[in-house]
Design a protein around this ligand. Structure first.
Ligand code: BGC
Ligand code: BGC
Length: 661
């Protein structure tokens, strides 16, 4: 028997030869940024109209248009008074800070903001546009269907599915009177330490590009219709490639890597006509070329030179939340560098008033040229006009105020299918599928409630501080399992497997997961390891309590990243990476539990997901070291069963050593 990592890789490798479906790689290597032709053509009549409106605007009105304020910090009256061009609701912001606000409440607030924007003293009133982080369904809104986070969709390798989810997400947004969505995230993540890994579809640039195309087409539709929403390609550029996976950190890849890896998603989004791009918090230091481009919000060469120039983007660039303060020399509400670099619309959530004052002054003193202001406003009006906002108020959507726009049978069925497709089977030594007429013991805290199942960007920003009542339409694993066995089988539950006799059951399903997290708080920073049980020792205790008793154990892991889990895999007869599946856990039981003949429940299907990222085979995997990972593309199925043998588990190191700075 071989020892160490080589044996681990070998245990899987035999299988990957026979069962893996490897995603298509980007074969051609680009030498320069490609010119992308948008399907949304420049319309001379529209451009003329925009030019006339801009020509009739005062400086105050123009700068107001360039400002995006947050609903917790701005009123409709202020939108009217200051000509504010855009509003957003941040993660965990709801109308009147009521987390259970209804669809009608959202639509009513939207109408108030819209009407205020149309009642200004501008020569031509310009409608306000509302943006939201609907990143896995309309996730801030009570009662919404939440789809798997992007990492799970990446596992599914199904672009059509992604397009359908985008279409449903647009409909949900329109039900609440919101016409702009801050998605898709097109990060091509290289290091799972990053806390936003789950917002990334894959480390495969070709897959990210294809998904970007389908997502933007699905969300934007014909752009003008009452069920369409404006999309945002984010975060430009290189967020998935920061050194050591540090959030908002420094990307040190070469120009060719930027073009061929991190840029690919933008090509897909632009090919589909995406109308907005969000700048990224990260910086880019092309060490190999000795070219430090600095923070992207201040990088004229990237925002203006590459994005608006070479790539041909004619929509608007929005800044990220308070991101301008990170540009050297800038403050939270004052950053002429970012305006001059090419940011058009400024997400200054709370300090919008200071931003307006400071920017007006910058124009008056010549720090920012009027031509740049006019260009920014032109782009903002272009997006508003193309998306039909001038003619059709948000309230004119046939879905406006309708709760069935947010949650309906077809959206739930779509989410459920997405969950099924996203599951990756890493081990199955004849434990799965489970028959529905058996006695099943479900263990693990993650089987009940929603925190681990939904992850971050769910009702709240970090996905924390939520209660089960916040997701009235959602189904957790235990509920789904009970439905799946119906009256023919039996499901018992114990959170920690104490006081139960495992031997009294035909099978055990252990559901373990991470506590939810999002940007800023989700990084696994050195010296922490990527071993799941280092952070969640209770998962190991749980599996030790149920395994080795002659009853097959299936582990379902909820996680926002690939993790090192050899210890848990060894204690399991079957192991399923379920990512962050969202509100429809029945998508898991559809695949795990086989319906006995005569039952009228849905038919069970096979696994089809494959790893969207390399999966760590070491607690401290080294970036780029092949032996430390099970490669992207791996995934078992029922159709081609094969056993996984005991994996080597090295004693957990005291800590991982960070690569030199
Ligand atoms: C995130 C963006 C998000 C924005 C608004 C930022 O902190 O990086 O992805 O769209 O906040 O919530
Ligand atoms: C907001 C988020 C935002 C984050 C960034 C939070 O308070 O609700 O939407 O992305 O701050 O710092």
């Amino acid at each position: 028997m071989k020892s160490g990592l080589a044996a681990t890789a070998a245990a899987f490798a035999v299988l990957s030869l026979t069962t893996a479906t490897v995603g298509a790689e980007a074969k051609a290597t680009l030498k320069d940024w490609p010119k992308i032709v948008s399907p949304v053509a420049n319309d001379p009549a529209m451009e003329k109209r925009i030019a006339e409106i801009v020509a009739g605007m005062t400086l105050e009105q123009k700068v107001g248009q360039m400002t995006q304020a947050e609903i917790r910090s701005v009123t409709p009256g202020q939108v009217r008074k200051y000509y504010i061009g855009s509003i957003l609701n941040g993660g965990g912001a709801w109308p009147e800070m009521n987390r259970h606000a209804s669809v009608a409440d959202w639509a009513r607030l939207s109408a108030q903001f819209y009407e205020a924007s149309m009642e200004t003293d501008m020569k031509t009133p310009v409608p306000v546009i509302w943006g939201t982080d609907a990143v896995h369904g309309h996730n801030n809104v009570f009662g919404a269907v939440l789809y798997p986070h992007n990492i799970g969709l990446g596992a599914a390798r199904d672009p059509q599915l992604v397009g359908d989810i985008a279409r449903q997400t647009a409909a949900a947004a329109r039900a609440t009177g919101i016409t702009w969505v801050f998605a898709p995230t097109l990060a091509v993540v290289q290091n799972p330490r990053w806390g936003r890994t789950y917002e990334s579809y894959s480390s495969d640039p070709a897959l990210v590009r294809e998904y970007a195309r389908y997502y933007v087409r699905g969300l934007q539709g014909d752009l003008k219709g009452g069920t369409a929403a404006v999309a945002t390609a984010k975060h430009f550029i290189g967020d998935g490639g920061t050194y050591n996976g540090k959030d908002q950190g420094e990307n040190r890849y070469s120009r060719l890597d930027m073009i061929n890896v991190h840029g690919q998603g933008y090509y897909g989004a632009l090919e589909a006509g995406v109308q907005t791009v969000m700048a990224s918090y990260n910086s880019w230091n092309d060490v190999a070329a000795g070219a430090n481009h600095g923070k992207m919000h201040g990088a004229n060469d990237m925002l203006t030179g590459v994005l608006k120039g070479k790539l041909g983007f004619d929509g608007l660039v929005v800044s990220d939340w308070n991101a301008i303060e990170q540009v050297p020399g800038c403050e939270r509400a004052h950053c002429p560098q970012a305006i001059n670099a090419g940011v058009d619309l400024f997400m200054v959530p709370d300090d919008w008033h200071e931003f307006i004052m400071a920017t007006i002054n910058d124009v008056k003193t010549g720090v920012v040229p009027m031509s740049r202001i006019d260009d920014a406003v032109t782009r903002i009006l272009r997006v508003k006009m193309r998306s039909g906002l001038f003619e059709n108020p948000p309230a004119s959507s046939p879905l406006n105020g309708r709760s069935d726009g947010l949650n309906n049978d077809s959206a739930r069925a779509l989410a459920r299918r997405a969950v099924s497709e996203s599951l990756v089977l890493l081990k199955n030594n004849r434990a799965l599928p489970l028959d529905s007429d058996r006695k099943i013991l479900v263990v693990g805290k993650a089987a009940v409630g929603f925190a681990s199942q939904l992850g971050g960007w769910s009702m709240t920003w970090q996905g924390t501080e939520n209660a089960p009542e916040d997701f009235p339409n959602a189904e957790d694993f235990l509920t789904a399992a009970r439905k799946a066995v119906g009256a023919v089988g039996k499901v018992d539950y114990s959170p920690d497997a104490s006081n139960v006799d495992v031997r009294g059951y035909d099978a055990v399903v252990a559901v373990v997961g991470e506590s939810p997290y999002a940007e800023m708080k989700g990084d696994v920073s050195f010296p922490a390891s990527l071993q799941h049980t280092d952070r969640y020792p209770e998962a190991l205790a749980l599996l030790k309590a149920v395994s080795g008793k002659g009853v097959p154990v299936t582990t379902v892991l909820y996680s926002g990243r690939p993790v090192y889990a050899n210890d848990l895999i060894n204690l399991s007869d079957a192991f399923v990476a379920a990512w962050l599946p969202g509100t429809e856990a029945s998508g898991i039981t559809d695949v795990l539990i086989r319906q006995k003949a005569g039952s009228k429940s849905s038919t069970s299907s096979d696994f089809r997901g494959t790893l969207p990222f390399d999966w760590p085979l070491a607690a401290c995997p080294q970036s780029g070291k092949k032996a430390d990972y099970l490669p992207r593309g791996f995934g078992l199925t029922y159709a081609k069963p094969s056993a996984v043998h005991t994996l080597p588990v090295k004693p957990a190191p005291k800590g991982c050593v960070a690569p030199a700075e």
